[in-house]
Every structure is written in structure tokens, then in C-alpha cells.
Design a protein around this ligand. Structure first.
Ligand code: C5P
Length: 410
């Protein structure tokens, strides 16, 4: 993730008592590295797992624990940390949130500083994000599940729990998410929700067309742009399915990934999801041709100097196929194509938009962007064109997602 995703944000990081407090140290560091200012507040229980000194060193600020402490009075303020701390924050993040702390929150208890400031926060302005952490039996208990549901109904944003080995030795759901995942969810939380509830289907990466079991032809594509769009759409609140050719990239959070190899596999995967989608973004670099009659056995070099005679057949055009479907033509499915060109971008992008029959075509200069983290995009639609100047692929993806949502709504 790029470094200053949380620049200008002020977070209260609240720790309640649990072994996952050790991960809160890493989380605090990650939040600060992402540009946030972080004020740590701990329950008395949390101090049994990690010291305020550690959290102070990582956040560069004195840590609050005791509601009766008169520290604030010394600087001439009103000595009401529960009011001051909650007013200043862009969000309060409780990580870890123990089962007990969630139960106390739910009841509006105010028996320590952290619970008190959650209760005292201006509901409409200061969101509460909760990262639960507990033993799997405690997590599954109907009381906890009831509390989670009620906290959500009260407006809290409750994150998922992680799955796996727990400190107690048991294995299951309930451990706190890893710090990098909490960071990603917090970053996503601050993104505009322009695709809330929408379904987005995306292709990314190259396809691989086998010649024989050990050889094949493929296209140059790292998949980075398509994966960035998947992340941006998920952050914007969409349910995202990402159909990916062979790439070495991590699946963005909350994205359902389907791995494929050839163009025909990609088409089949896309067709099985297109009926439910609201948007289709064809970002993959699909091989135009495949070898006619893939050899089941390795083609051997026989020493004669003769080369194998390869014949090619054209692959299906996935984007054009989907763009011609009834749902796309009726406007129920909004299709977006990509064009990687080496020159005359506007002209080629306009032609390609017509040829593919899509409302929006996104052009980029291929050789400038292959494998890089930065790009420039040219958006071409029926009204004209618009440039998104050079930026990280994730920044561009977020802008593109907003543009898609705006065009679709119009
Ligand atoms: O001109 P070209 O066919 O390469 O157009 C590129 C656009 O079409 C991209 O959006 C790409 O994902 C899509 N495409 C496709 N199936 C193909 C070839 C291209 O979906 N067989």
C-alpha cells in the first residue's frame, strides 16, 4: 500500500484487554507510517498485555488510561479527556476490542476512559471502528453475536475477525485481523462509497495460451491496473469479482478472485458472473490468438533444424461478447474497456470504443506503464475525452471508479 494513505487523519486508537494487544503495537506503527496522527487510549486491562510506554513510543504521544488523571488541567484545558479526545478524532478505532469491551459499549457504559469517550463521541461526526479479538467460543457465543449485530445497528463499523490458531491453542474464528488488514480496512473506510451495494466484475492480467505442456504464448501485463481497480471498487462499497490470468499479485481485501489461464477460460468465468454484475471492466491483456491444436506432449527438438509449424486461431473477444449481451445493451450492465497503445491514443481509443460497443473506453500508453506502479489514463466516452494525469495506479483506479459511478448514474 502506498505510504501516506491516512495523511491528515487523526485517530484515537483504543486498546482493550486481550493478547492481541501485541498486534496493536504494529498497527499503531502502520497507522503512523500511513500518515495518521494517533492518540492511544488503553483500558486498565490492556496495560496487563502491553505497556503504555511502548504505545507512547510508537505513537509519539502520551497514552491515556485513567479517567481521573488530571494531566489535561496542567496545560490550561478543561481536564475532560473524554470530551476532548473524542471531539478531535476523525475516527475511533478499537483494536483489539475484547468481548467484554464490546458488551460494555453496547450498554453505553462509561466505567473507564475508553468506554466513556466512545459514548461521548459526536455520533454523526466521529465514526467508531471495531476490530474484535477473542477466543473462538467467545466469538461464536450468541451473546457476542447479538452484541456485534446491535453495535452495527447502533452505527459502529465492526471489522471481520481473522481465522486460525489462537493464543489459547485452539483454532477457529475470533483472532484479531492482522495489522496490515486493519490498516487496509481503515483506509477503505475513508473512501467515498460511490459503488455501495453494486456488483463489479473485472478481468486482469495476461492470458496464457499453451503450445504444449511446457511452452506457451502470453501478453505483457502485470495485472497491477486491474487489481487496483478491484481494490478501488471494493473500497467504494462494491462486491467485486476479479477474474485474473496468471499474475504474482496479492488479492485485494474483500475481493473474490477467480484464477484462469487461457482466454477461453477467462470468457467462461466472465460469462458465469456477468448476469449478476452491474459493471464489467475488461482490463486483461487477452491473447488475440491461441495455437490451433495444443500438443498434449512436449514438442521435441529432433536435431534436424526444422521448426514446428504453428498455426493460430483467433480467441473470443471477451469484452465485445459481453458488450453485445442483452443486459449490456439495455444499460443494466455498464461495460468499460481498456486500450494499451503506443501512439495516437485518443484516435485509437475512440475507434476501439466504437468497435467494442462500450460506453467507456480507457486508454493508456502501454510501454510507459507495463509493470510500473504509475500510469496516466485517457477516458473516452460518447461525450468526449478526459485525462487523468499521472498518479499511482491505485489513485487512478479510485478516480476511474468514481467516474464510472458518475457516468452510470447520469
Ligand atoms: O484491441 P483489443 O482487442 O486489444 O482491445 C482491448 C480491450 O478488449 C481490453 O479491454 C481487453 O481486456 C479486451 N479484450 C477482450 N478479449 C479479447 C481481446 C481484448 O476482452 N480477446
Amino acid at each position: 500500500m502506498s505510504t501516506l494513505e491516512l495523511a491528515g487523519k487523526h485517530l484515537v486508537l483504543g486498546l482493550s484487554g486481550g493478547i492481541a494487544c501485541y498486534k496493536a503495537a504494529e498497527l499503531c506503527r502502520a497507522l503512523v507510517k500511513a500518515g495518521a496522527s494517533v492518540q492511544v487510549v488503553m483500558t486498565e486491562g490492556a496495560t496487563h498485555f502491553i505497556t503504555p510506554t511502548t504505545m507512547q513510543a510508537l505513537s509519539n504521544r502520551p497514552v491515556y488510561v485513567d479517567p481521573w488523571e488530571d494531566r489535561a488541567a496542567a496545560d490550561g484545558s478543561n481536564n475532560m479527556p473524554h470530551i476532548n479526545l473524542s471531539r478531535e478524532a476523525d475516527a475511533i478505532l478499537i483494536a483489539p476490542a475484547s468481548a467484554d469491551f464490546m458488551a460494555r459499549l453496547l450498554h453505553g457504559r462509561a466505567d473507564d476512559l475508553l468506554a466513556l469517550l466512545c459514548l461521548a463521541r459526536p455520533l454523526a461526526r466521529v465514526p467508531l471502528i471495531i476490530a474484535p479479538a477473542m477466543n473462538r467460543e467467545m466469538w461464536q457465543h450468541p451473546a457476542t453475536q447479538r452484541n456485534v449485530a446491535q453495535l452495527r445497528a447502533d452505527g459502529a463499523h465492526v471489522l471481520d475477525v481473522g481465522q486460525g490458531e489462537q493464543a489459547c491453542g485452539e483454532v477457529g474464528d475470533g483472532r484479531m485481523l492482522e495489522p496490515e488488514d486493519i490498516l487496509a480496512d481503515v483506509v477503505a473506510f475513508f473512501q467515498p462509497q460511490s459503488m455501495r451495494g453494486q456488483r463489479v466484475l473485472i478481468t486482469a492480467g495476461p492470458t496464457y495460451e499453451a503450445i504444449d505442456p511446457v511452452r506457451g504464448i502470453t501478453n505483457r501485463s502485470s495485472g497491477k491496473m486491474g487489481f487496483a481497480i478491484a481494490q478501488a471498487a471494493a473500497e467504494a462499497g462494491a462486491e467485486v469479482t476479479l477474474v485474473s490470468g496468471p499474475v504474482a499479485l496479492k488479492t485485494p481485501r474483500h475481493v473474490q478472485r477467480v484464477d484462469v489461464r487461457s482466454a477461453r477460460e477467462m470468457l467462461a468465468a466472465v460469462q458465469s458472473h456477468a448476469d449478476q454484475a452491474d459493471y464489467f471492466v475488461a482490463c486483461a491483456a487477452v491473447a488475440d490468438w491461441r495455437v490451433d491444436g495444443e500438443s498434449e506432449r512436449k514438442i521435441k527438438k529432433d536435431g534436424s533444424g526444422d521448426t514446428p509449424a504453428l498455426r493460430f486461431v483467433e480467441n473470443p473477444d471477451i469484452l465485445a461478447t459481453i458488450a453485445q449481451s442483452e443486459r449490456a445493451e439495455s444499460g443494466a450492465l455498464y461495460c468499460v474497456g481498456f486500450a494499451a497503445e503506443s501512439h495516437d491514443l485518443l484516435k485509437h481509443a475512440q475507434e476501439k470504443r466504437q468497435r467494442k460497443g462500450v460506453p467507456l473506453l480507457v486508454g493508456n500508453i502501454g510501454p510507459d506503464t507495463f509493470g510500473h506502479d504509475h500510469n496516466r489514463l485517457l477516458l473516452v466516452d460518447a461525450q468526449g475525452s478526459m485525462e487523468l494525469p499521472e498518479a499511482s495506479k491505485l489513485t487512478l483506479a479510485r478516480e476511474l471508479v468514481a467516474e464510472m459511478a458518475r457516468r452510470r448514474a447520469a
